[in-house]
Ligand binder design. Structure first.
Ligand code: ADP
Ligand code: MG
Length: 693
């Protein structure tokens, strides 16, 4: 069996430019090189007669040079005419060396490879590859690899060949598992890779290009299997961890008293997810559950009821939200629900005064605070819990893996892990959930509280801005409130601000006697709070805001949302924003104001987004279309999800392979654990830690 070679990086010697480029591409181990697959191929296996060729073909010709001259028309260029017996072709070079000119002298027999163009003067090729004629033709297609500047194809090709030769490529799929793949021919991994790097010319190029060839299928299946294996492993490891068992739902319990005190009845969906969570909390292993529910579906009360179980059992619960305003909104709601029932709720945030903060830290460390609500401040080192048993993360996708891990590792004195509940309003389409979140249990609130009237969404051109302002006036006259959101332009905070301040001035002038507020990302926290308070209390009629995130508030009296430059927002973002209205019984509307700028019309994708918004209010449908428009990489955000993104497999077309991998993973782990381990190491290398968070 070949041994892994010491890579250049490991020898400690300084790296050459192409070696550095290899490293930049992540091509470090032999296996990485072996798994670096061609983008496309060039056919050098055949010589084509010019008489048989068509314009646009990439071909290789062989013939005799009949003319070679340097011309100035207008740039200096070398023009070489080659005749292959059937026709002739002019090779045109703008940059050339004297040595090249010599090799292409009249009478020389050469081979040239490039794209054929027809023209007034007959066939031409721009900058073809040339070499001396004769010599054996290769028997395989020539691979063209994805590369970066400073890493020429010939160097990369050689490196890949070396990787292929030295990589340890013994199959990790035991025959019983490989057989279930039903691929014909059923090659080994090594055969599949050798084929993909150097396919024989009789192959269907279409099958190679759309990755439906069995060799590609084999690779994609292996990749998906690695992903499923590592997640299954993580799940099983977690099953060995221990967590406090929390059963506190009987008569007279905090949970029951909170239910009785709520001003509303839970929806069926809320009751179901509460039951799922409560069941997990009774287990001696930590819960790892994602609660997904559309904006406004009522996730907070589910969090509160779960916290109640935990606190009643004598343990602490922490709730972390991504922004101060969101966290504070939770804090207020949770205090009104829980403090009358005798629960101390602590508050932690970055902007807190030192004195208040130490008082809070002390309450938490002593265990006097049953519930701790806050921002990232909750996971800071100084925060010591007495006995944390449940960690709840709102809008989990806004947190990185490290932050989720930090919360999980907050000690609780007894070497027990806390239960984790992650909440999100961005539902994850089923195929993605199966693939990237396979180790999570998922609960879904698929029903909105009763009495909400559906939001009517209108897509309106910027040219009708005046009508929109009229509409705002109408809402205000009925005692309603209005949000006006301006886009967040990340590259230019100055521009971002101009847009919002101008709109603020415009609306203030157009609506005399109405309090119009402004909220933007650069404002000090205290000022933001003051503005929010006035809007929440109803004094302020219109809130102009750029801080998309911090509009995450609950003001049921707000019935109209205008989104300016809606074409610049992502689909999920638009949907989240829209969810801020339609929270009461009154009819609500969302106006998507778009501008085409200098263009005659909106771009295709922007149009598709706005259309989707107008057509549906269903968060799952929105998520599905968003995935379609953006692809999983962007949808998940590699950093946030921490999931190793798939390189080869495409969840949209490879769901059958995903299904196979899901079934194969437990078989591998149970019956072939050594192979499973090798498989994961081969495919995921050092990335596996990430998958465990
Ligand atoms: P989200 O899931 O977006 O976090 P919230 O928890 O903020 O939603 O709930 C939205 C609003 O609906 C809040 O005002 C909340 O009190 C209210 N609510 C939650 N559940 C119900 C219910 N079952 N019946 C009526 N109102 C509810
Ligand atoms: Mg919420």
């Amino acid at each position: 069996m070949p041994r892994e070679r010491a890579t250049p990086a490991a020898t400690g010697k300084p790296l050459s430019a192409p070696q550095k480029a290899l490293q930049k591409l992540g091509l470090v181990r032999d296996i990485d090189l072996a798994l670096h697959l061609p983008l496309r191929y060039e056919d050098e296996t055949r010589i084509v007669k010019l008489a048989d060729a068509r314009e646009g073909d990439s071909v290789q010709i062989e013939g005799e040079v009949t003319a070679c001259e340097v011309a100035y028309r207008p740039r200096r260029q070398l023009l070489v005419t080659v005749n292959d017996g059937s026709d002739s072709c002019v090779l045109r070079f703008f940059n050339f060396y004297p040595s090249q000119q010599k090799a292409l002298a009249v009478g020389a027999r050469i081979r040239a490879r490039g794209e054929l163009r027809g023209g007034f003067l007959g066939w031409t090729m721009m900058h073809p590859h040339t070499r001396v004629a004769g010599g054996e033709l290769p028997t395989a297609l020539t691979p063209v690899y994805p590369t970066v500047a400073g890493l020429p194809q010939p160097y990369l090709r050689k490196a890949v060949i070396g990787g292929l030769r030295h990589a340890e490529l013994a199959d990790t799929l035991p025959p019983e598992v490989a057989a279930t793949l039903q691929l014909k021919p059923l090659w080994t991994l090594k055969q599949a890779l050798e084929f993909l790097h150097h396919p024989t010319p009789d192959v269907s190029l279409a099958q190679l290009e759309d990755h439906s060839h069995p060799a590609w299928q084999r690779l994609k299946a292996e990749e998906l299997l690695a992903q499923q294996l590592s997640q299954l492993q993580a799940r099983r490891e977690r099953e060995h961890l221990r967590a406090p068992q929390l059963h506190a739902r009987g008569a007279g319990s905090l949970h029951e008293r909170l239910l009785a005190a709520l001003p509303f009845q839970l929806t069926g969906a809320q009751r179901r997810v509460c039951e799922e969570i409560a069941q997990d909390l009774t287990q001696a292993k930590p819960m790892h559950r994602l609660l997904q529910g559309d904006v406004g579906s009522g996730k907070t009360v589910v969090a509160a009821l779960s916290a109640a179980i935990c606190i009643d059992a004598g343990w602490q619960c922490a709730l972390m939200a991504p922004t101060e305003i969101l966290a504070e909104q939770h804090f207020r709601k949770l205090i009104t629900w829980l403090e009358p029932l005798g629960v101390r709720v602590a508050w932690l945030t970055g902007s807190q005064k030192k004195k208040e903060r130490s008082a809070m830290l002390e309450l938490i460390a002593r265990g006097a605070a049953g519930l701790v609500v806050g921002t990232h401040a909750v996971i800071q080192e100084q925060v010591q819990f007495k006995n944390l048993a449940l960690a709840i993360i709102d809008e989990q996708h806004r947190f990185g893996v490290a932050q989720r891990l930090a919360l999980r590792s907050k000690t609780n004195g007894e070497d027990l892990e806390p239960h984790m509940l992650m909440m999100t309003a961005t539902p994850i389409p089923r195929t993605l959930a199966m693939s990237y979140y396979a180790d999570l249990d998922v609960s879904t609130i698929d029903e909105l509280p009763p009495g909400r009237s559906p939001i009517v969404t209108k897509v309106v051109s910027e040219q009708r801005r005046a009508e929109v302002i009229e509409r705002i006036r109408g809402q205000l006259e009925q005692g309603r409130q209005v949000y006006w959101v301006c886009p967040l332009i990340e590259e230019s905070e100055a521009l971002d601000l101009t847009n919002a301040t101008e709109t603020h001035a415009e609306l203030s002038a157009a609506l005399p006697g109405v309090m119009v507020g402004l909220l933007h990302s650069r404002m000090p926290v205290a000022e933001k709070k003051a503005v929010m308070e006035r809007f929440v209390s109803g004094q302020m009629g219109v809130l102009v805001s750029t801080t998309v995130i911090e509009v995450g508030v609950d003001v049921p009296n707000a019935t109209l949302m205008v989104i300016e430059h809606a074409e610049r927002f992502g689909l999920s973002q638009l949907h989240q924003l829209r969810g801020r209205v339609g929270r009461g019984a009154a009819a609500s509307a969302c106006v998507l104001l778009y501008s085409t700028g200098d263009a005659p019309r909106l771009g295709e994708v922007a149009r598709a987004r706005l259309k989707a918004m107008a057509e549906t209010n269903d968060g799952f449908e929105i998520a599905r279309r968003d995935l379609e428009l953006r692809g999983p990489g962007e949808f998940l955000g590699a950093r946030q999800s921490g999931a190793a993104l798939l390189r080869f497999a495409d969840l949209a077309t490879d769901s059958h392979l995903l299904a196979w991998a899901r079934a194969a993973a437990p078989v591998m782990l149970d019956r072939h654990p050594a192979q499973a381990e090798r498989h994961v190491a081969r495919w995921l290398g050092s990335r596996t830690d990430y998958l465990k968070a």
